[in-house]
Write a protein that binds this ligand. Structure first.
Ligand SMILES: Nc1ncnc2c1ncn2[C@@H]1O[C@H](COP(=O)(O)OP(=O)(O)OP(=O)(O)O)[C@@H](O)[C@H]1O
Length: 843
């Protein structure tokens, strides 16, 4: 089938019709480097989606030769879907994904080649390496710290070392214009103080341990790809030839290593690259994003075409103006200046409200939400700067019986029961995956002794084979622990045989693991109250594996595990279907939009959050402040119609009740778009924090509170200064630093919460997060599929998701009965497991 005959062509006339003039200009120009500087809500996603569709349909660039990097997996999936819809055909975009997923693909591809391994010096990772998550990393670090400091090492030390290692891997040193990655050797060489030397030493031990387990952590995916391409220049050269076009979304959040990777992959002659971003929305400096990268793009790739998207389609004119007046206080290079505007109605003013304390603030937010009514619940979000602020807000909503959900809770794939079953799958995929073995060897309990396990580990450490080899030897030996170990190794051996037989599709294999281990009974014994929910999670997991199996015909267990390990917090979806108000930190709100936004805690030192200033230079303090202002800007620009900003004069924070001044960002708002209400009190009498009650304070007049809280709208004239409070004051100390995860961490939220399912602007169903329940098809009648079985070769069938098609092959029996179907809409076969699929025979 010729793709170009079948697909729609997105030509100039389509671009002119569907895009505004700036978006169309950006989409049409395909040669040379381009920076699309896109204001908030200006349609950058729409613009690059059309650009890629234009590239592959009109300019006939092979879709597999377009490298398109997105910030989340969700964004990649949605972009792919949108392009396919525009083209009305399913073109493959193998190289569309996050930096991590692209790197993982490159590593798997390259490490499978002996020539590459040889060029790398012969001892690198095997292509079936595991990806270690936070828990696995901490487990290794714990061991290293224990070895060095004894059992009672300081747990904060572990966090610090974890962050330091991530920082080593994410920041590049530049020596004589040459990019030098911070390997353990480089880190040791550059260590100046004893503390740095120690961290470099731990880093070396940690990397050694990962190598022994044939495992990489999340940062390694990027780090090792760049390292590999630096060490094997010929490989980089081939890839530059391969990728005819490079597109990078959210370029403002690129870090040094990602930048180095791009430089290695962008064709040096054509420089065909489009980067899209908004430096005003760069909010990940704390985890290594470097705003200078977007600001220097026009120099690094000169001459660059710069297109500015300045029309905001999302928000009312007042919201756009207000947010713009705050961000204008950041210093921005001339090339980056934007004049973001809205052609929407002026809309309501931005409501700025002050309260005497955080409880009054929370109860007023709840009251305002209640007044809007249940129809608006799902269109309403409440943002805050730090996770700790959510408790009082949740309570206030609950008091008024307003249903709500915290966005950013435990990921589905991070639940304990899910991680246990994943660990069982991991041991099948990588025999050296010690972390996975250790997780499941006694889960459910098998009374395998600590000494036995430590004996096995010691042998692995001494280089005497993999965990699995040693386990087998021990189980088949005469030691006291052998019989119990044998039960475990027999189970694993059996699953391994099932896997290699090719007879057992992934979801069936996973079901076997759950059943053979008695895992559900274990959950019931562990906690009867939570067992049902946790068992339901396991069922969902099987459903997700089934979907993966269908969506990736012929995919291996390894491929599935990779897919899961790439999911991050950014891949979550807000559930708008259940009428819940969404609570989240502002970092989680990136890319989302809501009719109404309430932003609580606009208090100086909370927002902007002050942390670690005594350790920072003035320039670093300024950088931190500008990032906080960008975060405020991101928060405000999520609102479509209504924006409420709150300040509480006293707040319970980090163990104390203390006064706070209004956030300087409130004072920076253009007064012409602000409706200011001082010190509203929603309660007739206010119990204070020691349980006494006192009467409502008489905050009758504007600005009469004690804390100098009246915003000086319009008269600051302070340009880029931060008002009259000193941000770097020693008294602020570092006590506000606790709300963030470590450098390189991906999670802001740690509260358990129901898993969200969809968001307004992108309502496409996501595969793994909340798999859709399927209606089971009638089970095939016999143990084997025979011709009189309805699911025979040649039968026409309809699938709820893929549409109609023809069965090309029918095989397997019982639970394993499956068919390969060629669906009419696609140019490939999909394997469908009859036990799960709603496959209707239509002829
Ligand atoms: N040319 C256009 N005509 C009409 N609506 C548009 C156009 N471009 C974008 N929009 C709409 O504007 C809204 C914002 O677009 P989009 O989500 O692509 O913005 P964004 O630039 O990615 O936002 P942000 O960076 O703030 O997350 C969407 O609802 C989109 O449909």
């Amino acid at each position: 089938m010729d793709d170009f005959v079948e697909c729609n062509v997105v030509d100039d006339s389509v671009l002119d019709k569907e895009l505004n003039p700036e978006q169309a200009a950006a989409a049409k120009k395909i040669n040379g480097p381009m920076l699309i500087l896109a204001g908030a809500g200006s349609g950058k996603t729409r613009c690059i989606t059309y650009k890629i569709a234009h590239l592959v349909s009109y300019h006939k660039i092979d879709s597999n030769r377009v490298l398109a990097v997105t910030f989340t997996n969700k964004a990649a999936r949605e972009m792919k879907d949108r392009i396919q819809k525009l083209l009305n055909c399913r073109k493959p975009f193998t190289w569309m994904g996050t930096f991590h997923s692209v790197c993982l693909k490159l590593l798997k591809l390259c490490l499978a080649k002996e020539s590459v391994i040889k060029a790398l010096g012969g001892k690198w990772f095997d292509a079936n390496f595991s990806i270690y998550d936070d828990d696995d990393q901490k487990r290794i670090l714990k061991e290293i710290l224990k070895d060095d400091l004894g059992d009672d090492y300081d747990v904060n030390e572990l966090k610090k070392v974890h962050s330091a290692i991530s920082r080593f891997k994410n920041t590049v040193l530049y020596k004589n214009d040459k990019a030098v990655l911070q390997t353990p050797d480089v880190a040791a060489l550059n260590a100046e103080f004893a503390d740095e030397e120690r961290k470099a030493r731990y880093y070396a031990a940690y990397q050694k341990k990962l190598a022994e387990s044939n495992a990489m952590d999340f940062d390694d995916l990027l780090f090792n790809t760049v390292r590999m391409l630096q060490m094997v220049p010929n490989l980089a050269e081939q890839l530059r030839e391969r990728f005819q076009y490079v597109v990078v979304d959210e370029y403002q959040d690129t870090n040094d290593v990602q930048y180095e990777l791009l430089k290695l992959l962008i064709n040096r002659d054509t420089k065909n690259v489009t980067v899209v971003g908004d430096d005003d929305q760069s909010i990940y400096g704390w985890r290594g994003a470097n705003i200078k990268i977007i600001r220097n793009f026009h120099r690094d790739f000169a001459p660059v075409t710069i297109v500015k998207l300045e029309r905001n389609y999302r928000s009312t004119a007042n919201i756009v103006k207000g947010a713009g007046s705050v961000i204008a206080h950041n210093v921005r290079p001339a090339e980056m200046q934007k004049n973001v505007f809205s052609k929407e109605e002026a809309g309501e003013l931005i409501h700025v409200r002050y309260f005497e304390d955080d409880r009054a603030e929370a109860s007023n937010i709840a009251k305002t939400v209640a007044q809007a009514g249940p129809d608006f619940y799902a269109k309403t979000a409440i943002f805050y700067r730090t996770n700790a602020q959510s408790r009082v807000l949740e309570k206030a909503l609950n008091d008024l019986r307003i249903p709500s959900v915290i966005f950013g809770g435990t990921r589905f794939w991070d639940r304990k029961e899910i991680k246990d079953v994943l660990a069982y799958l991991r041991v099948l995929a990588n025999e050296k995956d010690d972390a996975a073995y250790l997780r499941v060897i006694n889960t459910p309990p098998r009374a395998i002794g600590k000494t036995t396990v430590e004996g096995v580990l010691a042998k692995v450490k001494a280089g005497e084979g993999s965990f699995w080899d040693n386990l087998l030897a021990e189980a088949n030996g005469t030691g006291r622990g052998a019989p119990k170990l044998k039960v475990f190794t027999d189970l694993v051996t059996n699953w391994k045989n099932m896997m290699t037989s090719g007879e057992y599709p992934l979801p069936i294999l996973a079901e076997h693991i759950i059943n053979d281990t008695g895992y559900k009974d274990f959950l019931r014994k562990e906690d009867e109250v939570t067992a049902d929910e946790r068992i339901a999670n396991l069922d969902e997991m099987i459903n997700a594996i089934r979907e993966f199996d269908e969506e990736h015909p012929g995919a291996t267990l390894d491929a599935f595990l990779q897919d899961i390990s790439l999911l991050t917090d950014g891949d979550k979806k807000v559930d708008t279907s259940k009428g819940l108000v969404t609570l989240m930190t502002i970092h989680m709100a990136k890319g989302l939009e809501f009719n109404t936004v309430h932003l609580a805690g606009c208090d100086d030192e909370i927002f902007p959050l002050v942390r670690g200033t005594s350790m920072l230079s003035m320039a670093e303090i300024n950088e931190q402040m500008e990032e906080e202002r960008r975060l405020f800007y991101v928060g405000c620009t999520r609102a479509e119609k209504k924006l409420y900003l709150y300040h509480a004069e006293r707040r319970f924070f980090q163990g104390n009740i203390r006064p706070f001044a209004p956030s300087r960002f409130l004072k920076e708002l253009d007064p012409s778009v602000v409706d200011f209400t001082p010190c509203l009190n929603t309660r007739p009498s206010v119990p204070d924090f020691v349980g006494n009650t006192r009467s409502k304070p008489s905050y009758g007049s504007y600005g009469s509170s004690n804390y100098g809280s009246r915003p000086s709208y319009g008269n600051s004239g302070s340009g880029n200064s931060y008002g009259n409070r000193s941000f770097g004051g020693a008294s602020h100390g570092s006590s506000f630093g606790g709300s963030r995860s470590g450098f390189g961490g991906s999670s802001f939220g740690s509260r358990p919460a129901p898993v969200p399912a969809s968001i307004k602007k992108n309502d496409k169903h996501i595969v793994y997060r909340n798999p859709v329940k399927v209606v089971k098809a009638p089970a095939p009648s016999g143990p084997t599929i025979e011709y009189d079985n309805p699911y025979h070769e040649g039968a026409r069938v309809r699938h709820s998701r893929y549409g109609t098609g023809v069965i090309m092959k029918a095989y397997g029996s019982g639970d394993n009965a499956r068919v390969d179907v060629r669906f009419d809409r696609e140019n490939m076969n999909r394997t469908i497991i009859l036990k799960y699929a709603a496959l209707e025979v239509i002829g």
